[in-house]
Design a protein around this ligand. Structure first.
Ligand code: BGC
Length: 411
């Protein structure tokens, strides 16, 4: 912990502002076997720490999860529906799976909660991964077809739709870094193709979702790190903000693939989802520079920099011209006091951005639960709620009460 001024009141928010917390199907449901991720977790040499296994058993315990959201006095629950369950084989749709998600949404509505529904959160059905996944352009029309079937089944219960979650991370980590499926390293051609297909899939899904039933805002959610460029390659040298970069700097394509491609694809959307965890210092090629000695880092090894969100909402709003929803923001920490500090400083920075006129329509803390953190397994704790992985008992942490108090202060 460090010295910081603890925020005690967020103050009034514009009408319609949504407070919430987020999860994703594969990270909490358990037994999500028909996906590229499950196979990746069970393939030797991929670097994934452990299997997602039963995860938090939210496939069965989702009522408890909704109650936790309700108990915090939040407006909304952001969660994802699992494509591989809804469409277990090409063109074959499961009514049982569709009904399962419909029941969650109907129950949430009955409890006075809004449903913020993500249609793709990292996992791709196995049958589609075997066709080349995000590098095969056929995925564009398959994704739109799946969205069409899903929205027809439960669109009336959707309050906000997020088409694809962090396509930039799926493409970068999957095809360049190799730590997500399909585990390619330095495969720039696939990185570029996947980016193109992700953008096209988002654009194809939007009118399908807009056709309803239901009438709700549609957007894409993008991982945007607060990135400081050191064009001379010196971590201690001068910083250039992403607003001031020369057009032809060496990392221009990387920056486009990482962020701007999606802010462009968002043109005409109702909002853009901003997901920020940290500040990163990068060299002229856009690749991360080593941390200075003594850098305070989170459990993920990322710089502890809660104020990052203030800069990223400004960037996303200015670049896209759209209203922003902070669809994810949070910290992995063993000491919950660090999470309280993170929320306090992050929401102070968000308040400042809003005071400066940035059109922010909502904020979602990641995550409701300690859950399966992809290649890192269950060790990083992002949750407002502790989960016992044997009994699946949920215990809210002090940070959940603190977050709830700030939300209450805005009413
Ligand atoms: C993802 C989440 C993930 C979180 C923390 C985002 O990249 O959407 O699934 O757990 O950040 O790494």
């Amino acid at each position: 912990m460090s010295d910081y001024t603890k925020l005690t009141s967020f103050g009034p928010v514009p009408e319609g502002f949504i407070w919430g917390t987020a999860t994703a199907a594969h990270q909490i449901e358990g037994g999500n076997t028909n996906t590229d991720w499950w196979r990746f977790e069970h393939t030797e040499g991929t670097g994934t720490k452990e299997s997602s296994g039963d995860a938090c058993d939210s496939f069965n315990r989702w009522r408890e999860d909704l109650q936790l959201v309700k108990d915090m006095g939040l407006d909304a629950y952001r969660f994802s529906i699992e494509w591989a369950r809804i469409e277990p084989a090409d063109g074959e749709f499961s009514t049982v799976a569709l009904d399962h998600y419909k029941e969650i949404m109907e129950t949430a509505r009955g409890m006075g909660l809004k449903n913020v529904v993500t249609f793709h959160h990292f996992t791709t059905p196995l049958w589609l991964a075997d066709m080349g996944g995000w590098t095969n352009p056929v995925i564009v029309e398959k994704f739109a077809r799946y969205c069409d079937v899903a929205v027809k089944h439960f669109g009336e219960f959707i309050d906000v739709a997020c088409t694809i979650n962090e396509p930039n991370m799926v493409a970068w980590i999957g095809y360049d870094l190799g730590a997500f499926p399909p585990g390619h390293k330095g495969d720039m051609d696939s990185f570029r193709t996947a980016t193109k297909n992700f953008a096209a899939a988002h654009r194809a899904a939007r009118p399908v979702l807009k056709a309803g039933p239901g009438d709700f805002p549609v957007g894409i959610t993008v991982a945007i790190s607060d990135t400081r460029f050191h064009l001379d390659g010196d971590r201690n040298g001068p910083e250039t903000s992403p607003f001031d970069l020369p057009e032809d700097f060496p990392g221009a394509e990387h920056k486009w693939l990482m962020v701007d491609a999606y802010l462009e694809a968002a043109e005409g959307d109702d909002f853009v989802g901003v997901q920020t965890y940290s500040t990163h210092h990068v060299g002229p090629d856009g690749q991360q520079l080593p941390h200075p000695e003594g850098q305070r880092v989170t459990q993920m090894g990322w710089p502890f920099s809660p104020a990052a969100i203030g800069n990223t909402v400004r960037y996303a709003a200015a670049k896209s011209g759209l209203p922003v929803i902070v669809t994810e923001n949070g910290v992995a920490a063993t000491d919950d006091a660090d999470r309280v500090e993170y929320i306090s400083v992050a929401l102070t920075a968000l308040r400042e951005a809003m005071n400066d006129g940035v059109d922010v329509r909502g904020y979602f803390y990641w995550s409701l639960l300690d859950n399966f953190e992809w290649a890192s397994g269950f060790a990083p704790f992002f949750g407002l709620t502790k989960v016992d992985l044997k009994t699946f008992a949920r215990s809210p942490k002090p940070s959940s009460a603190y977050y709830a108090s700030l939300v209450a202060s805005s009413r």
